[in-house]
Ligand binder design. Structure first.
Ligand code: SAM
Length: 309
């Protein structure tokens, strides 16, 4: 059994401001830590629509909460948020959306999913193994330049070019098939090293972000949230990576300033209406106690914004 401890649970619930009878979306069900708390706060009323692109997470959702009349699980990428909301008749009526980004502990801990350099398994890394290209398939055909760019852009891997060259040289003999092969290859490449982390940490993270198009789908879901939220509805996002948090921060900042920007560009134009979002507080970080208890929480950043009328 693999478990996942929800990160910043109290802060996420406070940010959503769950009220009985409300309609909520948990875009990243995982193992349902946040969903379970939302359902508790709903006391059987309202609706909770959970999404996850991982079929295993959806199976767990069904097992845990499938009998609750106010709960639905959707096996979809959250980049289909607006389509899901339209199909369910909740577009423009949602009181809160939660996104707890990245991978879950069960995905990392299960060697068969191929996310971890510490556990040997097939080189997969797809959150949805039923769609798209696995890491092994991508590394077997991507150009040296493309691989180096991914390692640098999403992992800030200083050895990106050398690692990419070694991957391309090695695959001529035999394609990389397992996480242990890739981790050993990266560790064998000479170059600058951090002594604090395993040499494969940054490359694995970068390949995972690329394979799952994590930054593209994040940009897309944030934009869609504006149409899905009801006036006064809350958007709560927990990020674990500086690239993700930068996207969330900029999106919330720009959407809460839109009217100002319009006014500045066209000083004579009639005053624009309210910007689509209002920021609720500043970024929040987990407390020391949570970080000590759950190391995964250490890199978390939570941001909240509210849809304006
Ligand atoms: C950090 S975990 C969420 C944990 C959850 N909040 C809990 O308390 O158990 C992230 C989950 O979101 C899913 N996920 C990540 N990106 C997704 C996306 N673009 N669409 C749908 N699900 C996604 C992953 O498959 C994973 O199960």
């Amino acid at each position: 059994m693999f478990v996942h401890r929800p990160v910043m649970l109290a802060e996420a619930l406070a940010g959503l401001g769950v009220t009985a009878g409300g309609i909520y979306v948990d875009g990243t069900f995982g193992r349902g830590g946040h969903s379970g708390a939302i359902l508790d706060a709903l006391h059987g009323s309202g609706e909770l629509h959970a999404m996850d692109q991982d079929p295993q997470a959806c199976g767990e959702a069904f097992r845990l909460f499938g009998e609750r009349a106010n709960f639905r699980i959707h096996h979809r990428n959250f980049s289909q948020l607006a389509a899901m909301a339209t199909e369910q008749g909740i577009a423009g009526r949602v009181n809160g959306i939660l996104l707890d980004l990245g991978v879950s502990s069960p995905q990392l801990d299960d060697a068969a999913r191929g996310f971890s350099f510490g556990k040997d398994g097939p080189l997969d890394m797809r959150m949805n193994p039923q769609a798209g290209e696995s890491a092994a398939q991508w590394l077997a055909q991507a150009s040296e330049r493309e691989i180096a760019d991914v390692l640098w852009t999403y992992g800030e891997e200083r050895n990106s070019r050398r690692i990419a060259r070694r991957i391309v040289e090695t695959r001529v003999e035999a394609p990389l098939a397992t996480t242990a092969q890739l981790a050993a290859l990266i560790a064998s490449v000479p170059g600058p090293r951090s002594h604090h982390i395993h040499p494969a940490t940054r490359s694995f993270q970068a390949i995972r972000i690329h394979i799952n198009r994590e930054l593209d789908v994040l940009e897309s879901v944030l934009q869609q949230a504006l149409d899905v939220l009801a006036p006064g509805g809350r958007l709560v996002v927990i990020s674990f990576h500086s690239l993700e948090d930068r996207i969330v921060k900029r999106f919330m900042r720009d959407a809460s300033r839109e009217a100002e920007i319009v006014d500045r560009r066209l000083p004579m134009a009639p005053k624009a209406g309210l910007p689509p979002l209002r920021l609720i507080g500043r970024k929040q970080l987990p407390g020391d106690a949570e970080c000590a208890e759950n190391p995964r929480a250490r890199s978390a950043v939570l941001r909240v914004a509210e849809r304006q009328a």
